[in-house]
Design a protein around this ligand. Structure first.
Ligand SMILES: [Zn+2]
Length: 137
């Protein structure tokens, strides 16, 4: 009598409440007190250093320093071609880095082209030449 356990399948009621406690949305992502604030030499906007690319001058050329390991004076720039363009036009790099003459920004430009393509800055007016011409067939 009543020796049969009904544990063939687990009572499917407790699963819901067991996993209901999610880690939650990413709310503690930003830690402004941990990261210093720098000023972009291109648009002169203050941003967290985490959002900016550090660049240094080396042998007359501008070198990206994403890991911030190069010694000496550095300038900070948004990883945005627009900011690079602005900084070039006002020759902000030689001024910020205290070096004479213009700097070759090829390396930084290449860096932005390689890494900055995902920034999703699609709303930037003026440079919207790229239209995707992929036909969905
Ligand atoms: Zn900027």
């Amino acid at each position: 009598m009543s020796g049969s356990r009904r544990g063939d399948h687990p009572p499917g009621g407790g699963l819901h409440s067991a996993t209901a406690h999610d880690p939650g949305p990413v709310a503690a992502r930003r830690a402004p007190e941990n990261s210093p604030v720098r000023t972009c030499v291109g648009c002169r906007t203050r941003s967290q250093a985490d959002d900016l690319l550090r660049v240094v001058a080396e042998h007359g050329a501008l070198v990206p320093d994403p890991r911030r390991r190069f010694p000496g004076r550095g300038a900070w720039l948004h990883p945005d071609p627009e900011c690079l363009h602005r900084a070039e036009r006002r020759s902000a790099f030689p001024r910020a880095l205290r070096v004479p003459g213009p700097l070759d920004t090829t390396a930084v430009r290449a860096h932005l082209a390689g890494a900055g393509a995902v920034t999703g800055a699609r709303d930037t007016p003026g440079s919207v030449i790229e239209e995707s011409k992929v036909d969905p067939s």
